[in-house]
Write a protein that binds this ligand. Structure first.
Ligand code: FNR
Length: 392
């Protein structure tokens, strides 16, 4: 049975007078989440860097591509399977790393791990998660999982976190390269809100002996929490790191290494030279550099530079199954989903995340079927044309 059957579940429920509890479009999800979240949490998730032009460019880039559907192809059976690092996934979608999920739902990363595991899709746990990576691994059970690394300034902390991830069954480490400094984010500045300074999202650090060993003793001027936060500020990142450091890290990592945040073809080449097994074309959902190109606009150049040597994954601006199909047709092996499921999590925890993914999967499946493409392998550049004008 295809992923498209989800639509019949919704329609059949309608025969009993029931409309879906949760919205089925991105805009409606965001609007509903706006109602249940406080201003600071909503702003933290919805906001991007500067005037949010990069976030807008991420969306506009999708409007420039159009399918040209083909008729009378046998699409009775669709194959959405994709091969990724020795695993066959039922569809080319993953949950991207999103930090501090406790600010939108008390079960946060555990709920996401359970939802993704129930669908057989990988979830990528952020370094700045609300629960220690071991607890999230337990929630994921047999579900495929990767660990995202904000690369610490101290090698012992880096190596300890990555070893813990390997021990807990995470299958890859994804180093995020685009966030060595936190960007200028007006929405968070306006609410003077940075969750980490409230010790939110520090669970992996606070459970790590290499981190805690360096936390100052509390005293009458410094609470235990303040001491931990100050150490976190020191350790979080080292903006002096270069490609040589990545080379060294790849050589000693117990897990295969991917990098996330690649936009320039030359950086893709440098990453491959350093020893990564894959990369993620991403601009962090427009949350880091404003006035940057849309991530989808960066994808074809990176795919060309990589030339098939390693899988190229993609994120930033994917709002529907049809969007995911476009990114795959432009050369992405699989697509990371970010904000859409965060709204689902805010609205209904595990069930909300599963709902959002089931919507995306059904839409992806139907896009393929109705465009006359029986498998994701058939999603290639020649199924798309450039639209003359962006349509928003
Ligand atoms: C993120 N993202 C992110 N990325 C990362 O590598 N580590 C992290 O901890 C986080 N945290 C995070 C929090 C929030 C609230 C958001 C919205 C995003 C970036 C994320 O993985 C992904 O690149 C973007 O979400 C993609 O953009 P869209 O499609 O969500 O707009």
């Amino acid at each position: 049975m295809g992923f498209n059957t989800f639509q019949y579940e919704l329609y059949f429920a309608g025969m009993g007078g029931k409309v879906p509890d949760l919205p089925v479009t991105y805009d409606a999800l965001e609007a509903a989440a706006r109602e249940v979240l406080d201003d600071r949490a909503f702003g933290y998730v919805a906001g991007s860097a500067g005037a949010e032009r990069t976030a807008a460019a991420n969306r506009q880039a999708f409007a420039r591509w159009r399918f040209v559907p083909r008729m009378l192809v046998d699409v009775a059976e669709r194959d959405l399977d994709v091969e990724l690092f020795g695993r066959t996934l039922p569809a080319p979608l993953l949950a991207g790393p999103v930090g501090v999920q406790s600010i939108v739902h008390p079960e946060g990363e555990k709920a996401v791990a359970r939802a993704l595991a129930s669908l057989g899709l990988p979830s990528i746990l952020s370094t700045v998660s609300s629960f220690p990576l071991e607890e999230v691994a337990e929630a994921a059970g047999d579900g495929p999982r990767w660990f995202q690394l904000y690369w610490p300034a101290e090698d012992p902390v880096t190596d300890s976190l990555v070893q813990r991830a390997a021990d807990a069954g995470y299958e890859a480490v994804v180093i995020t390269l685009d966030t060595r400094l936190l960007a200028w984010r007006p929405r968070d500045l306006a609410t003077a809100y940075l969750p980490f300074l409230h010790a939110e999202g520090l669970a992996n650090y606070l459970t790590d002996p290499t981190f805690t060993a360096g936390v100052a003793e509390p005293n009458e001027h410094l609470s235990e929490q303040q001491a931990a936060v100050m150490r976190w500020i020191q350790v979080f990142s080292d903006p002096s790191q270069t490609w040589q450091h990545l080379h060294d890290f790849c050589a000693r990592s117990p897990l295969p290494v991917l990098v996330k945040g690649i936009q320039h073809p030359d950086d893709a080449r440098l990453a491959i030279d350093a020893g990564v097994v894959g990369l993620v074309v991403s601009n962090h959902g427009g949350r880091q550099v404003d006035n940057a190109i849309g991530s989808l606009d960066a994808l074809p150049g990176v795919v060309e530079a990589v030339g098939g040597t390693v899988p190229v994954l993609f994120d930033s601006g994917v709002r529907s199954g049809a969007d995911a199909a476009v990114a795959i047709a432009l050369g992405a092996r699989a697509v990371l989903i970010g904000r859409p499921w965060v709204w689902g999590l805010a609205l209904a925890g595990e069930e909300g995340v599963r709902h959002v993914f089931r919507c995306l999967l059904a839409d992806l499946d139907l896009t393929l079927a109705l465009a006359g493409i029986p498998s994701v392998a058939g999603l290639t550049r020649d199924v798309l044309v450039r639209a003359d004008t962006p349509t928003g």
